[in-house]
Structures are given as structure tokens and as C-alpha cells.
Design a protein around this ligand. Sequence first.
Ligand SMILES: Cc1ncc(COP(=O)(O)O)c(C=O)c1O
Length: 397
Amino acid sequence: MPKKKESASSASAIREAARQHDFLAPVFAQYPFEVASAQGVWLTNSRGERVLDLYGGHAVASLGYAHPAWTEALARQAESCQFQSNAVAMRVRNRAARRLVRFSRLPFASVFFVNSGAEANENALKVALRMTRREHVAAIEGGFHGRTAAAGAVTWGAREKWYGFPRTPFEVSFIPRGDKAAIAAQVTRKTAAVIVEPVQGLAGAVDLGASFLAALRARCDEVGALLIFDEVQCGMGRTGEPFAANYYNVRPDMLTTAKALGNGYPCAALMMSPLVAASLKPESLGTTFGGGPLACAAMIAVIGALKEQKLLERVRRVGNYIRRTCVAGPVTAHQGAGLLVGLRTRRPAKEIQAELLECCVLTGTSVDPHVLRLLPPFILEEEHVDVLRDALRDLDP
Ligand SMILES: Cc1ncc(COP(=O)(O)O)c(C=O)c1O
């Protein structure tokens, strides 16, 4: 009898949890508002209020919302052919790869399209381990690379917090951020690859700097390891250059990107140097959805809009304007690059974020409890930044 009671109460607890989360897995903390629609850099919540979006859905909404060329490109592609796998040739896929490599202004020879940032990193690591026949990867303290087995293995702090796999698929060691003297001990002839976010996003927009990245490049060359730039968050124009590799003038062997690449249509890419590309043969890598025609149409539209609307220039200009004007109220300093901005706050950033949301300004936080993170659409204007500045000035310092 007691057993029956227990199972009845656990069943009702499960039903209650399901009701609370509308049957969605209860793994995300959510902002206290609901988005009903969006236009440009503005969200409209379910109460009909306009909210300025300075977070872009974790850096995804590069062109903002309801961008006409992006919307039309997806509609046109959906009408003409919504899907064929990589086993079938489609011009839109070749065009997307060509446009992406040209946009990068980097000497890449090959693009492998996938669906998410983690998947791009998973494949980059697999290629490096296979190519070098080594079993060790070095990563940087504070870096985030995704939640799959390999990407999570090189993510700082994952194993203590959420990793979940009994062991990592290869040996991993971490280099302290910016510590050039520590590189040689962690990157040796046993190292297949070094993976690094040139500007660490989740860590709080931490710019690792040209000289540290160049030192990683030099050590990789010395020991025959491959350098992987994870530009899932900081790439595709967010620094004001096509990629952080251009911004710092350091050339990786592989570069992964996602988020801003599709403006919300899920897609990601792994770009490879000629030497890395030459190591691939049929069936080395694979995917069903990666490089699907809708994703390719979205990527082409994003790259086209970045060029036609001169958005990289705008990222640099408006990013600088934020730095000049938004050290105000509780904000004491800024960090990051382009429109990947960390605002250092005197009080806990979560408190400031909640207060800004009450003023209808959406911002993000980071792993650093005193950094408010901005990842706005690239179409942001100075007048929008003024809304943030005025709201910050009105807050208690
Ligand atoms: C730098 C970086 N790498 C990888 C990822 C993982 O990307 P995804 O969530 O698309 O798997 C993220 C996501 O936030 C990221 O910021």
C-alpha cells in the first residue's frame, strides 16, 4: 500500500513539473517575458511593449528581425526545393561555400557545413586527431565550445558542472588565458590541436589579444599541432572584421562558425586550410541536415546583407559608440571587440540585467558575475545605444 501512495505522489509531481514547463525539458532558466513578434532590433512582448534587443538570441540575430532579403531568400528556396542531402548536387550549396570562403578573406580551401557550433567543433577536433594521429588537445581556461562529447571535453569547467560523459574521448589540458609562458608545457609533440575562442563569449567578452594568439600559432607550427579558432560566437562580422582571425591577423588551420551565420536558420560551418582539406576523403565526415538548401539560402542572404548594407563598418562604428558612451551608472569599464561587448558592473550583472529589462532593454550576462554581455544585431544604430545609455544613467550605481 505505501508503495502505491508513493508512486501516485511521484506521478503527480511529474505531471506538475510537465505542466509548469509546458512539456519542455526543464533545463533553461528563462527571462520573465514572452516574445510575441519582432522587427529590426525590437521585440514585442505579449503585453504589447517594445523591448530593445541587445542580446540577439545568444548572438544569432545578426540582421535583426524580419530582414526582407533574408525572409525572401528563405521563402524562395522553400518554394523551389526545401531539402536534398549532400548526396545530391545543388547549386545553392556550392554558392554558399564559395561566398563564405570569399567573405572570410582567409586562405581556406574547403567548407564542411553542419547544424550547430558544437557539431562544427566536434568535427574539427575529429579531423585534427585523425590527421595527426595524436591523442591530446589543448584548450584555454574560460573557453566554451559546446555540449557534445568532444566540444564539452575542451570546455572550461564542463566536467565539474554538466559534462555527463564518464570520460573525455581524448586527453585535454588547459592553458591559462593570456599566459604565453605556459603554452610550451601544454602544447607538445603529443598535441593534435589547440582550440581557442579568440574573443571568449560566455566568459564575458574576453579578448585574448593578438600576441597570445600569435604565440599559439607559433607553438602549433613548432610541434606540428593544428590551430582551431572557434568563432561560433565571435565570427561572421561580430568583431567588425569578417572573422577574429582577420581582426588579430593570425591564421588558424581550421575555423568554426555558426550563430550569426544563419541569422536564426540553424547552420554552422567548419572551414579548412588546403593541407587539412587534403586529408579528407569520401565518408571522412558526414551529416544529413548540414548544408541543406534552406540553410545555404540563409547563409547567402546573411553574407549578401553584410556586404550590401556595409554592416561590418557599422559594427565597428556602433561598437565604439557603445564603448564611448555606456560606461555610465553601474558600469565601470568595457571589454571585448566590435559588437561582442562586456560591460563591467559594480553591482552583480544579473541585478543590472533585471533592472534594464524593467526599462524594456534586453541584455545578457556571462560566467563572470560582474560582466553584462551585449550581442546585438549588426543593424544597431547610435540612437538605440542612447536608449541603453539613458537607462544605465537612471540606475543606482
Ligand atoms: C564559442 C562557442 N562555441 C560553441 C558553441 C556551441 O554552439 P551550439 O550551441 O550551436 O552548439 C557556442 C554556443 O554558445 C559558443 O559560444
